[in-house]
Design a binder for this molecule. Structure first.
Ligand code: ZN
Ligand code: ZN
Length: 132
């Protein structure tokens, strides 16, 4: 009995990529071996492209769904949150470039002595930035 080496995935290069290697490629963690395979194998390259596109759409949706409000980010920057909320936002910022940028911007501003002023100023700012 002859075992057909070519797999149903249409992989033209052997050994094929394992699913964990594909996942790494999708996450952009390409090592030389995976990159070489993708260069040689249009089938796997197409797989990675397609899954990347899908993942990006998923991420955009997740960002929107879980992003804290600007008010919450302002409180975070001013240290007004309780430790649990604070930890959640720290975790979110590590994953979300949008909020990370927002926080970096807030933290680069001069802190104002009046507590009510920066909040309205910042939300105005972020609104004008979004509309751009
Ligand atoms: Zn392949
Ligand atoms: Zn976010």
């Amino acid at each position: 009995m002859i075992i057909d080496e070519s797999q149903e995935t249409g992989c033209v290069t052997s050994p094929g990529l394992s699913s964990s290697m594909l996942m790494a490629a999708i996450d952009g963690e390409l090592d030389a071996q995976i990159q070489a395979h993708l260069d040689a194998c249009p089938s796997c390259a197409a797989d990675v492209q397609q899954m990347r596109r899908f993942q990006r759409q998923l991420h955009v949706r997740l960002y929107r769904l879980f992003c804290p409000t600007t008010d919450l980010l302002v409180d975070y920057c001013q240290g007004l949150l309780d430790p649990y909320q604070r930890a959640q936002i720290t975790h979110h910022i590590a994953l979300c470039p949008h909020c990370a940028r927002e926080v970096a911007l807030m933290e680069s501003l001069e802190p104002l002595p009046d507590h009510s002023a920066p909040r309205s100023m910042l939300s105005t700012m972020s609104r004008s930035r979004i509309s751009r």
